[in-house]
Design a protein around this ligand. Structure first.
Ligand SMILES: C=C(O[C@@H]1C=C(C(=O)O)C=C[C@H]1O)C(=O)O
Length: 123
């Protein structure tokens, strides 16, 4: 616990082209949207974990986020997503642990093609 705050986990996902610039744009856009939707300040984030499908090898999303100027003092991590037949291609997933007021209704973000993963979480 952190003061009056509670620990939460927020999910997101986005599809990208396998190009460094697009990976940076999509990861930054996803991160910014999660912070905006949840009124989340970077100081309240514990960690940011990415997974990447094996077909995205032009840029590490954790490095892309850091090099964009965001998340400078955060613990970032990136792993390869479990390879499953029929899985959505060119997808970056994110898991953010953070502290927010206990009454917060967390909002996840699936965008730019990744909405199909969790239509129940569509806006
Ligand atoms: C459906 C997703 O893809 C996969 C399936 C998940 C699930 O069933 O909860 C979670 C993460 C991914 O490994 C997703 O990213 O939400």
């Amino acid at each position: 616990m952190m003061g009056e705050k509670q620990l939460f986990a927020i999910r997101g996902a986005v599809q990208c082209r396998n190009e460094a610039a697009d990976i940076t744009d999509q990861v930054s856009g996803l991160y910014d949207e999660i912070l905006r939707l949840n009124s989340l300040d970077e100081e309240a984030i514990v960690s940011v974990v990415f997974s990447v499908t094996g077909d995205l090898d032009e840029k590490n999303p954790a490095a892309a986020l850091r090099q964009s100027g965001r998340a400078q003092n955060l613990a970032l991590f990136a792993v390869q997503e479990a390879r499953v037949k029929g899985g959505l291609e060119r997808t970056i997933r994110v898991l953010i642990h953070c502290y927010l007021p206990p009454e917060t209704e967390i909002r996840h973000s699936y965008r730019n093609g990744a909405e199909v993963l969790r239509p129940d979480r569509a806006p």
